[in-house]
Structures are given as C-alpha cells and as structure tokens.
Design a binder for this molecule. Sequence first.
Ligand code: SF4
Length: 366
Amino acid sequence: MILQQQDLGAEYYSLGREEILDRISRRKQELADNLLILCHHYQQQDLFQFADLTGDSLKLAKEAAAISDREFIVFCGVHFMAESADILAGPGQKVLLPHLHAGCPMADMATVGAVSQAYKELLAVGIMANEKDMVPVTYVNSSAAIKAFVGEREGSVCTSSNGENVLQWALNKGEKVFFFPDEHLGRNSAAALGVPDEQVLLWRRGELLGGNTVQELKKARILLWDGYCEVHMRFLPDHVRQWRLKEPEIKIIAHPECPRDVVSIADLYGSTETIISAVKDSASGSKWAIATEVNLVERLKRDHPDKEIHLLAPSSCQCTTMDCNQPVNLLWLLDNLARGEVKNRIVVDPETAKLAVKSLEQMLAI
Ligand code: SF4
C-alpha cells in the first residue's frame, strides 16, 4: 500500500548527517517520557542506534503494547509492522511511521480483493463445499485486512519461526490450507513437515483458478499464494556452492523467505532471531555466509568481530522500501511531535483490528 508522504521541505533536505543525528538525539531526550522508538533488524544503523526496542515485527509490536505509558510509538519498519503495533497497542497509544512509502511489496501481493476472488473460484468449481474446508494461514508479513480475512475464517497468522507448527495445525484442522502471501515460507514449511511436493500447489495471481486444473486442485493439500520477498529472492544455490568451494568449513544459514533450492542446501535456516542466536552462540573464529537482508548481516559483522561473517550473495540485498525511512524522516517526525503535531499515524479500523486479533490469538494458542 502506497500512502502519500508529505514533502519535508528544503530546511530538512539541506541538513548534513551529523546535524540530523545530533538533533534526533536531542529531540529523543526531550520527548523521552512519551516516546518509544522501535527498530526492525533490517533498518540502517543510523536509525537503529536510536531504538528503545529492536527485534522482528511481532516481538516489537507486543513489547511496545506492554509499555503502555508511552503515547507515541515510532516504528522504524514497514507499513504492515506499524499496523500490527496499532492493533496490539493500548487505547491511548499512537503508532507513527517515519516515511509513508515504507511498505512491504510482498505484503502488498495479497490483497483482500484478489484473495476473495480466489475463494469464489474454488467454491464455484467445488474444490470446497464451504469456506470451512479451506484453512487460511497468513504470514505476519501481510496487511491487517488479510489478517482480518484469515481471522474471520478461523485461520491463523504465522511467523518465520513457527511456520511449520502453524501449518501442521492447519493441516490437522481442515481438508486444505491456503497459505498467504509468501510462497517460499509456505513451501519451506511444507517440506519440513514432509508434505509431498505434488500436494503443494502454487496459486498464480491473475490466472483463473491460479493457473491450475480442477484435478490438480482436488489433489492438493496446500495452496501457496505466489507472493515473494524480492530481497530474499536474490540468494541463489550457486552462491551456496561458491562459498563451499572457497571456504569448505563455512556454515550457510538462510532465512525461510529464500527459495526452497537455497534453503534445502543450507546448513541451517530460520527467522532473523534464529540467525542472530546461531551466530552469537557459535565459537570464536566461526565462519558464516548469511542469506538475509544486508543491514542485519552488517550489524552481525560489527557485533562479532571475532567471527568471519559474509552476505551469501555477492551483491547487496537491501530492503529498499524499509530504507525509505531515513534519519531525516525520523527527525521531521519528532520535530512535529515536539510542536504537538502528529504526522504519519497508522490506524487500523476497529472492525478489521478485531478480526485480525483473532488470527494473531489463534497463533498464540497454537
Ligand atoms: S525484507 Fe522482504 S518481506 Fe521484509 S519488509 Fe522488506 S520486502 Fe517485505
């Protein structure tokens, strides 16, 4: 979802880096009692240094809600993360995004309109007699509206750490599972559960019945929406092979948003928190090639100078939409707050929030 970001004006664009960082620091101190700055692992270091809390999207949203005396939650992340924070926030808390163009292209690949149309087509050809036959699961990297769609149909959210558990729950609950929006997390989770490839079918957006025959759909147990993260798609099996030839003792670790052919030959795979722990807990002198966003990999390098850490791919793999949040945008947001003006607030309407919470609660119950 692209929202319109206000022009900051020449006063801001002419500022140098040091001055911006210095002014953010002073504003942060001034607003401290009422402000909480959250930073996702994929944000650049110049923002990360101002974070009160760091982590992945759901951890941040839950922790921020627990600090209920801070009215303003500035989420240095992308739009769906700010939505999750707003859904879980207390009654008086307001969630702000430094730049309104900071979205997640993968989350935007599954819209309620397109997903509802897919359900209609499946009902029309008798793949499901009613909607209860299909258990929807959505990755937390999805809009609040998709989480609400899933909550309304008694499905569940999942994260990159619990994709397998949630998928197993969904397979036990219904005849078939529809997994949104990330094909690769769905495929990697299905493979880890031992679901045969022929029972896992890709639903291609924009094609009638997702480009599948009725026969194929009848046989399938899991339908995967064809969304993807363009950052994690840049890692290739050849990158794994090249590192192994160059450094035979290197460990390869991949995020499950990477394609199956990369994850299947990595030594380990897991969420950002799993990657951080694996590197932290490894022996001094360990060598790692990591398939995830470059800002996290660079931070791991800085935090563990006794280990040899590389990005798996030779070119930079950066979440360019999250990078719309620049320090100058944070400064502008805080300057406005200091004047009593609330900019870039992300609000989820109460009905959507109520249904989205159902899908989040279902995940916690699993
Ligand atoms: S890294 Fe990929 S999934 Fe994560 S916010 Fe960026 S585009 Fe979305």
